[in-house]
Write a protein that binds this ligand. Structure first.
Ligand SMILES: Cc1ncc(COP(=O)(O)O)c(C=O)c1O
Length: 389
């Protein structure tokens, strides 16, 4: 059996074609494909605005900047996530406050967050970054109610969950990143994600003023709009109007742009995103059925409505034994994640083993099985049988 990774991209001939066409066009960096990708992505998740970026980490950074995180600001997130969900707080000098996960959902436990908020003086915390971990959507309606009570903003890290959703109290389906409850949401187009553009990211929002800020921050803090200039026409070198070349850098921004050929790839991939989720759900169903009665299974992702199944996770007693066994069979399962608070960098801030028993216990047992749309039935059967035997 050839190597079976835990996740991989699916690049079709059509994808290659659109990238080649874009490479032959007049634009390499920001061209028409960026706006097309942004519009199509906003429509896909149901948000008003979308901003394409170089990667998901850049997206997180611009979110914390746009929301005004500054030195010492306390922001709450989960320890079971990729480091970038926490690092974006540090990029702005903020303080990362980890809070434990719910051992059933593997998501940030809202009850623990509530305790944090209710036992601290008002104004202690500035925001929450819930992560739709593994593709399972957070109940953002509940987080919004809590956040409003304590005057907090929400950044939804939806890197694992484009196309994922939860049902609100009125049984309406709420898509991840639709901007209804979170101020901002972010996505990544890294190859193992649902939509691959090489590197790539997106922010979605319904807030126009945040949207305008993000556009400016994406390109060095530069504005090119006669109505917004603060320097005089004379200083700009014009007579009765600003000259054609004029622009102003009004704040400190970055070059976090996506290229046009990456946007073309993302757009092409987006057209197959629903197909991909359906296939992921089929795979999840088979894993669930195969393991539901297995004695060595402590827990698994299960069959959850709206789950986007970026990952299918099982918890087993002998995780290291199973991981090594699978490797010998050319199956490259993976661990998501080593708890962030135990990373040496975060231990320097005082976080330590024992702080989050649910996250730490989860880490001792979790294993992400191969999960991607092009995983064949034969390959999945090989993975399953190998676990059972
Ligand atoms: C939950 C989560 N947040 C943020 C990121 C960062 O995205 P990127 O790798 O595109 O910078 C990732 C990517 O691995 C992720 O899984």
């Amino acid at each position: 059996m050839k190597a079976i990774p835990y996740g991989r991209q699916n690049i079709t001939e059509e994808d290659i074609q659109v990238v080649v066409e874009t490479l032959k066009s007049d634009y390499l960096t920001q061209g028409p494909k960026i706006a097309e990708f942004e519009e199509a992505f906003a429509e896909y998740v149901g948000s008003k605005f979308a901003v394409a970026l170089a990667n998901g980490t850049a997206a997180l950074h611009l979110c914390t900047l746009a929301l005004g995180v500054k030195e010492g600001d306390k922001v709450i997130t989960t320890p079971i996530t990729f480091a970038a969900s926490a690092n974006c707080i540090r990029y702005c000098g903020g303080e990362v406050i980890f809070s434990d996960i719910d051992p059933e959902t593997y998501l940030l436990d809202i009850d623990k967050v509530r305790i944090l908020l209710e036992t601290a003086p008002k104004g202690t915390y500035k925001g929450i970054i819930p992560v739709d971990f593994a593709g399972r959507a957070n109940d953002l309606q509940a987080f919004r109610i809590l956040a409003d009570k304590h005057d907090l903003w929400i950044i939804e890290d939806a890197c694992h969950a484009p196309g994922g959703s939860f049902e609100d109290v009125g049984n309406t389906i709420q898509l991840c990143g639709n901007g209804k409850f979170a101020d901002l949401a972010i996505f990544s187009f890294h190859p193992v994600k649902h939509i691959a553009s090489g590197e790539g990211g997106m922010i979605t929002t319904n807030d126009e003023s945040l949207y305008q800020k993000l556009l400016q921050l994406r390109t060095h803090g530069i504005v090119k709009n006669n109505d917004l200039y603060t320097n005089t026409i004379e200083l700009a070198g014009g007579v009765n109007e600003y000259p054609g070349w004029y622009m102003e850098m009004q704040t400190l921004g970055f070059n976090y742009r996506l290229t046009d050929f990456q946007a073309a790839l993302g757009l092409s991939q987006l057209s197959r995103a629903n197909e991909g989720i359906l296939r992921r759900r089929e795979i999840a169903l088979k894993y669930f059925a195969a393991f539901k009665n297995a004695a060595y299974i402590k827990g698994q992702s299960g069959i959850i409505k709206g789950h986007a199944y970026h990952l299918y996770i099982i918890e087993v007693k002998d995780r290291l034994g199973l991981y090594n066994h699978l490797r010998k069979k050319n199956i490259f399962a993976q661990i998501h994640y080593i708890p962030c608070h135990l990373m040496p960098y975060y231990q320097e801030f005082g976080w330590k083993e024992g702080d989050f028993p649910n996250a730490e216990n989860y880490y001792k047992h979790c294993l992400s099985l191969p999960m991607y749309p092009t995983l064949t039935d034969e390959e999945q059967a090989y993975v399953i049988n190998d676990n059972i035997s």
